[in-house]
Design a protein around this ligand. Sequence first.
Ligand code: PLP
Length: 447
Amino acid sequence: MLANSLVELDRQHLIHPLSSFRGHERGGVRVLRSAKGATLTDSEGHRLLDGFAGLWCVNAGYGHESIVEAAAEQMRRLPYATGYFDLGAEPAIRLAAELAERSPGDLDHVYFTLGGSDAVDSTVRFIRYYNHARGTPEKDQFISLAQGFHGSSTVGAGLTALPGFHAGFGVPFDWQHKISSHYVYRNPVGQDPEAIIAASVAELRAKVEELGPERVAAFYAEPIQGSGGVLVPPPGWTKAMAATCRELGILFVADEVITAFGRTGPLFACEDEGIVPDFITIAKGLTSGYAPLGAVLMADHVYQVIADGAGEALIGHGYTYSGHPVSAAVGLAVLKLYEDGLLDNGRRAGERLMAGLTGLAEHPLVGDVRGRGMLAAIELVTDKARKTPLPAACEPSKRIFDRAYRAGLIVRAFGNGAIGFAPPLCCTGEEIDEMIGRTRRVLDETL
Ligand code: PLP
């Protein structure tokens, strides 16, 4: 009864993110009610294994008392403090220091946002400001990757390469440009890692040449492309692209909104490649989804140019909730969990996940298995030799999601027929095996 009235209220009043308004009016929302560890319970009492950690964010899993306690304690003591007027509060200061200490190289300066989109947005503003400060304001062109996702703010949606985020929104494309993704499974140059890296480097060089090196400000890439279908570049790809940026005099922004905080193993996926970008954007796993928080990690050499350029002038970029004390207190509690065994558990579970998914490669529908750590996908095809995608007309993403839900599993089904996995890092081996088993059942039903 309660659930029915909620469904009706939802239909009438709640605009869901990334939804079809008309489709939403027809369909019924599934209301999630509670969760513990990696298991969600919906309003009808169905128990679901969360193979996607909410939206690739609940890395610690649900129901962690230490996180809840940290938030409650901060709410009691000081629920809000602005960072304006040179005021501050302990949690944001401490969290910034902890992140600076753990991040690669000289990424020593931290600017807090509310999530990933505004973290990306903030990098664009800071990069433009930086170029004004150093006397190169004409460096105002930005490059990102096809299949990339960098949020859905007006600016970030332009760096995002998924067409659904563009059509009808008047995204400013005159200064945002794309080059091809590494997409190993469907790369026109084949699957040889060296050939893919060489092709990407050559395309970046050509794009910079076309735009004019003196006009290009920055290149953005996710260490593993998430929303584009979990596309894992060949080892060495990110390192080669970062080195090319440095050589060409353009900044490299690693968007680690998904990949940071143990998703691929280490705290930052950039550590996998031993690189130090000029900026890293983070969100999601920073608070494990228990409270909204994102951040920009800024390299010292960029910070110094901005600081020198501005002198005593105010740098006009800030939010009411920048460095919110409750979110920052949550971030500190979550960081402790990562170091008290969560990263290690995630590494072990990630090996099990990859082994389990590799075991599905023989399934007639599975064309590709890819991933690193607890971030993975299988891509479904109707003809393995030809790599024929599932027909769009059969709405693979909706059908697969629905089938998985009925099998007691939440996964992300992408429009191209890929199924994404990003389970909480706290998963046990048995939970991972159960996810694989349920996935196999979904595939068998889809045949
Ligand atoms: N950047 C990347 C790589 C993301 O995956 C996302 C969200 O999924 C964002 C940015 C945007 O983050 P948010 O949804 O917190 O605004």
